[in-house]
Design a protein around this ligand. Structure first.
Ligand SMILES: O=C(O)c1cc(=O)[nH]c(=O)n1[C@@H]1O[C@H](COP(=O)(O)O)[C@@H](O)[C@H]1O
Length: 409
């Protein structure tokens, strides 16, 4: 008799053959890179495989007593659950995102990616059952010669470096920044400029940051005038200087020289590359208690050399300067749990998906709803538009509508 394990192995190879499991460089919906991508949506085009999966699930389900309903999480798992329901006569229910549904006790997944999801579910009273773990899948595919040793160790290293911090995830679930209003978060901000920015966003109903990347003051305005206008119209001047030198040089760049950035910019960006020195330099400057820093943990640039470990270390560094750090510049909703910090996310444009120098764009909806941006940075989408004012209004409205939808969901 063919064992369950052998059936699983044969199924894993079939998945590989129809490209339901792929290897390479993929970007997940939340912006993380992964060398292995599982896309079970293709199963609807392979009825035989769909039936095999349903049969495997039914055999597996015998181990789980105590349940009387099935629910396939939309959309990919819906047809799978339907086939199982028809074959077993176990009734099915629909999950609709706009309705509150009772939480299940058991979750059955085909593939456990082994990145911490099972533990998070367990902490929320849901037991996860997986037909296959990613490690088993890799082993099966290696044995069948579908992949080589190098790929097995690449995935192994990837898994080691991308474990979700279950503790910080717990905090997110209980105090989910993505679901909280800017007004509520203003009270939790330890940096005064972040608190002010939350207030301004709530009052003016905007989460748009315009990147005015112009090359002379005729295009913009002179700084003194700009400071005065910012005060009159209640917006914050933010110098996207991305400090990255040793502390002493940053100290000079920040407060001295011809720009005297600290005298007019309430917010600046900094890289974490050179470590604490940069933040100590800014913290030690005059008026630093009225200034804030956005620390860059990820960029929107294609081929960026920033790794998952660098991003994590940046977050840890940010926690060491709670009064100075206003937020984090990143592209994924997964990194920032603290609702008192602001996620600033650039790379927003409606017209194109990229520029010729590696910039990658998302839509306003996707940047707020999928990628977790609190503030979205739009540059050329506005500054190069024929009708700049109309473009600014359009981005402002779309971004705010997405934020409103996010906190209501
Ligand atoms: O820190 C930033 O603002 C930044 C980080 C990043 O990862 N990507 C990024 O594009 N930016 C900035 O965001 C702005 C984007 O401009 P556009 O590509 O014209 O929308 C530029 O000022 C960039 O310097």
């Amino acid at each position: 008799m063919v064992s369950f394990n052998e059936k699983l192995k044969a199924f894993a190879v079939e998945l590989y053959k129809v490209d339901a499991v792929k290897f390479g460089e993929f970007k997940t919906k939340v912006g993380l890179m992964t060398p292995v991508y599982c896309d079970l949506r293709v199963l609807v085009s392979h009825p035989k495989l769909m039936e095999t999966l349903a049969t495997l699930l039914i055999e597996y389900l015998e181990k789980i007593k105590n349940f009387n309903l099935l629910c396939g999480v939309p959309y990919t798992a819906l047809p799978i659950a339907t086939v199982v329901s028809i074959k077993t006569a176990i009734p099915m229910v629909m999950r609709r995102s706009e309705r509150n549904t009772t939480a299940p006790k058991n979750a059955i997944v085909l593939l456990n990616r082994e990145q911490g999801g099972a533990k998070i579910l367990e902490n929320n009273g849901i037991k996860m059952h997986a037909l296959l773990s990613l490690t088993e899948l890799m082993q099966f595919l290696r044995e069948a010669d579908c992949i080589d040793h190098e790929m097995v160790s690449r995935v192994k290293n990837y898994l080691a470096g991308t474990q979700v911090d279950v503790k910080s995830f717990q905090k997110v679930l209980s105090e989910d920044r993505l679901k909280m209003s800017f007004l509520a978060r203003a009270k939790l901000a330890k940096n005064p400029v972040a608190a002010e920015l939350f207030q301004i966003m709530a009052t003016k109903q905007t989460n748009l940051c315009v990147a005015a990347d112009v090359t002379n003051s005729v295009d913009l305005l002179n700084l003194a005038e700009l400071v005065e206008i910012a005060e009159r119209h209640n917006f914050i001047l933010f110098e996207d200087r991305k400090f990255a030198d040793i502390g002493k040089t940053v100290e000079l760049q920040y407060s001295k020289g011809i720009y005297k950035i600290s005298s007019w910019a309430k917010l600046v960006t900094a890289h974490s590359l050179t470590g604490k020195g940069v933040l100590d330099a800014i913290k030690g400057s005059e008026d630093s208690d009225k200034r804030g820093v956005f620390l860059l943990a990820e960029t929107s640039a294609a081929g960026s050399l920033i790794t998952a470990d660098y991003t994590k270390a940046t977050l840890t560094l940010a926690e060491e300067y709670p009064e100075l750090i206003a937020g984090i510049v990143c592209q994924s909703p997964l990194f920032l749990a603290n609702p008192g910090l602001i996620q600033l996310t650039p790379g927003v444009q409606l017209e194109s998906k990229s520029d010729s120098l590696g910039q990658q764009y998302n839509t306003p909806e996707s940047i707020v709803l999928d990628r977790g941006a609190d503030v979205a940075v739009v540059g050329r989408g506005i500054t190069k538009a024929m009708e700049k004012e109309a473009a600014a209004k359009k981005y402002k409205d779309m971004l705010w509508a997405s934020y409103s939808k996010r906190i209501e969901q």
